[in-house]
Structure formats: structure tokens, C-alpha cells
Write a protein that binds this ligand. Structure first.
Ligand SMILES: CC(C)(COP(=O)(O)OP(=O)(O)OC[C@H]1O[C@@H](n2cnc3c(N)ncnc32)[C@H](O)[C@@H]1OP(=O)(O)O)[C@@H](O)C(=O)NCCC(=O)NCCS
Length: 151
């Protein structure tokens, strides 16, 4: 998996998310909810990254919520400064613009924090990032920082 680079100074405008879905920054008391969600739907590694991002003040985690239910999350500055991710949407909620809305809100938060570029570490759906935020692949970035991590 390759890393990707996103220029934050020319982010495309965010598309509206479906009615009733709120995209907002998570708060500390939600840490266990976000981490449990990440572990249940994705992996323990992602739950660990969520814990790191949730421990920042304010939390470096954006969440998508509908009727009090967590649909998805996106982190930044979790594994490394300037890194976007991990991000994930409940399989049942995919295809409704939630992933794109979380991506754009998080990239905007990174822009507001002073970053000029964001790195998508170990990008999964490359075409998603290319189409949604103009990300480009970083040559020679596989396996990147995750290459020799403990498992
Ligand atoms: C990737 C993911 C976050 C997308 O969430 P989503 O809510 O289904 O995405 P959206 O509905 O916001 O899709 C927005 C657009 O991206 C496109 N898209 C979504 N997933 C895509 C994928 N895997 N590959 C290419 N394009 C994709 C959609 O077709 C849509 O296109 P449009 O703007 O032309 O309509 C979600 O599929 C997911 O959680 N995947 C598993 C975890 C993962 O891979 N995370 C990324 C790790 S780097």
C-alpha cells in the first residue's frame, strides 16, 4: 500500500452530506465508543490509532452521527504528524457520502491546524482519494512507516 499526498491549499468544496447526518469533532467521553467501533468494524490496530487521536485535546477525530448512532470516523495525526487516517464507515452506511464528508471535514481541520499538505498513510482505496481530494501517490512510499511495526 502506498502513501498519498493531498495539497490542502486547493481542496475542492465539500459536497453536502445526506440530511440527518452530522459530521463533527469527537470529544473525550466518546473515546471508548470510537475505539470499540474501529475494532468491531475494522481492526485492533485501527482502534489503537483512534485511541492516540482521541487523546489529543481537542480530539483529532471527526465522527459521522445519525440519530445518535456512529456511522463512521476519520482521524488525523494518529500514527504520525500530518497523517490522515485511519477512516472507516460502517458497511451498512456506505455509498451515502459519509466517507467523503468525513474526509473533507478532516482535511479542512488539518488545514486549519496549519498543515499545507496531508499524507494518507498506507492508502487503501486509491481511486477514492484521487477523485475526492486530488491525492497523488508518493513514489517509493511502500511499505512506509507501517513496514516493520509490531503485530
Ligand atoms: C472508503 C470508505 C471510507 C468510503 O466511504 P463511503 O461512505 O462509502 O464513501 P462515499 O459514499 O462518501 O463515496 C464518495 C465517492 O467516492 C466513491 N468511492 C467510495 N468508495 C470507493 C472506493 N473504495 N474506491 C473508489 N471510489 C470509491 C463513491 O463512488 C463516491 O463517488 P461519487 O462522488 O462519484 O458519487 C468506505 O468504503 C470504507 O470504510 N472502507 C473500508 C475502510 C477503508 O478502506 N478506509 C480507508 C483506509 S486508507
Amino acid at each position: 500500500m502506498t502513501d498519498m499526498l493531498v495539497p490542502l491549499y486547493k481542496l475542492p468544496p465539500a459536497k453536502p452530506v445526506a440530511e440527518g447526518i452530522v459530521i463533527r469533532r469527537a470529544i473525550g467521553p466518546e473515546m471508548h465508543v470510537v475505539c470499540d467501533f474501529a475494532e468491531k468494524h475494522f481492526s485492533r490496530n485501527w482502534a489503537s490509532e483512534c485511541a492516540v487521536a482521541m487523546a489529543a485535546q481537542p480530539a483529532n477525530v471527526l465522527v459521522a452521527v445519525e440519530n445518535g448512532k456512529l456511522l463512521g470516523f476519520a482521524c488525523y495525526d494518529a500514527t504520525a504528524k500530518g497523517f490522515f487516517g485511519p477512516t472507516g464507515v460502517d458497511e451498512a452506511a456506505r455509498g451515502r457520502g459519509v466517507g467523503a464528508a468525513l474526509l473533507m471535514a478532516t482535511l479542512q481541520a488539518m488545514r486549519d491546524a496549519g498543515y499545507v499538505y496531508a499524507v494518507i498513510g498506507g492508502a487503501g482505496p486509491i481511486e477514492f482519494y484521487k477523485s475526492q481530494c486530488g491525492a497523488i501517490e508518493i513514489p517509493g512510499s511502500t511499505p512506509g512507516i507501517y513496514g516493520d511495526m509490531l503485530r
